[in-house]
Ligand binder design. Sequence first.
Ligand SMILES: Nc1ncnc2c1ncn2[C@@H]1O[C@H](COP(=O)(O)OP(=O)(O)OP(=O)(O)O)[C@@H](O)[C@H]1O
Ligand SMILES: [Mg+2]
Length: 394
Amino acid sequence: MSIALLYERSENDETGIKLTAQQLGIDLAFIPFRKIAFSIGKDGFGAKTKGKDYIKTLDDTKVVLNRAQSKNRRLHASYIIETIGKKAINSSQVEFVCYSKLRTLLNLYKVGIPIPKTVFVPCDATDIMKSGKEIHNEKDIADLFEQEFPISTGIVVKADAGTHGKMIMLSKDRDKLEANIKKIKPSIINPIGVVAQELVQKWFYDLRIIVSKEKGKEPVCYHTAMARAGFKDFRTNTFLGNLVFHSRLPLRVQELAIKSGKALGQDTEAWIFALDAMVNVGNNKDADEESIKNQLDLATQAWAPVQKIKTDQESLTNFQAWNKKLETAFNTYKDTSVYENVNRIIEESVDKNQRDLVFHESNSCPEFWENTRLATGLNVAVPLLKSAQSLIDN
Ligand SMILES: Nc1ncnc2c1ncn2[C@@H]1O[C@H](COP(=O)(O)OP(=O)(O)OP(=O)(O)O)[C@@H](O)[C@H]1O
Ligand SMILES: [Mg+2]
């Protein structure tokens, strides 16, 4: 019985998982999810691409690492896998929760994890009647939001199932709030209603924390988080050109992350999450902002060679050679004094304000090879594969 990697396109993360499995002596099978026709009916269950039957592969598989990129595809993938009697990491139950920021927050709230105040209004911004007439609800929705948080400190409207900072919109006055609500249309990244959040008074960074669980063991939190940093926008997604650093986590934060993982993992025996957290520092900023901006500008220059290698096509033809170059460039970036300074400022800020940290999202299929791994030293493929193995061994 083996482990299979289910993927859409083989990206660097997937190649990284494959390489790590080789290093750990784990045999991996591969399931190209988007290319397969799954069939059910009186002839039973089938799984075939145009050229290959995957039934034997699936029969021999006990655990599937679900690396489908779209949240919808991932949810379907885990559900199909479980229906035919296999295990998925993460499970469909976990995917269902992580799919939605609201569902994630409800589960965290229930066990007392600090979260940003969040308001969900199930009504859509625009209703289209049978007659074709449009009814605009953005003013009513804005009223409901304003009843819950002051607009003067900022309200973040967000697509419930979005990623990469897409449709995460900040409003600091009523007109902007109504305009932003109006932009939220029912879609794959926001199936229903409108979600809003208080603007967390974070500084120039946020955190991505890895927690995982193997069957038969207590969950663990990796001691160091990835910090994503920049002043360009209130969103600090790396996708938007922000820089990455690492930040050692206070024990209290690690414990909260484990508690969050347990709440999201629910009854499943093995799981892995990348939790997003922000620190509500308010005015508690201990370093001069102009000087940090200068340091970040210098760090951006030091980061450029890393960025260049990331886009190099050699990753497709000679992954190991490309990876060596990436590691060397990243280590050069990490060795700069600006990296060290910014890292220290972030760590001190997290440490000082650890009681004001809030968790706001959980990623069930995180990207890790290029940033998280090199910034924090944790190759997420290792806990992922070990969690899968624990489901076979135990
Ligand atoms: N309530 C908030 N207050 C302040 N900043 C926020 C808030 N919500 C989100 N942000 C900023 O916007 C970024 C993106 O938001 P979030 O993590 O909710 O969604 P995402 O971009 O869709 O997720 P992913 O991290 O999976 O790409 C966060 O990393 C954070 O920097
Ligand atoms: Mg996020």
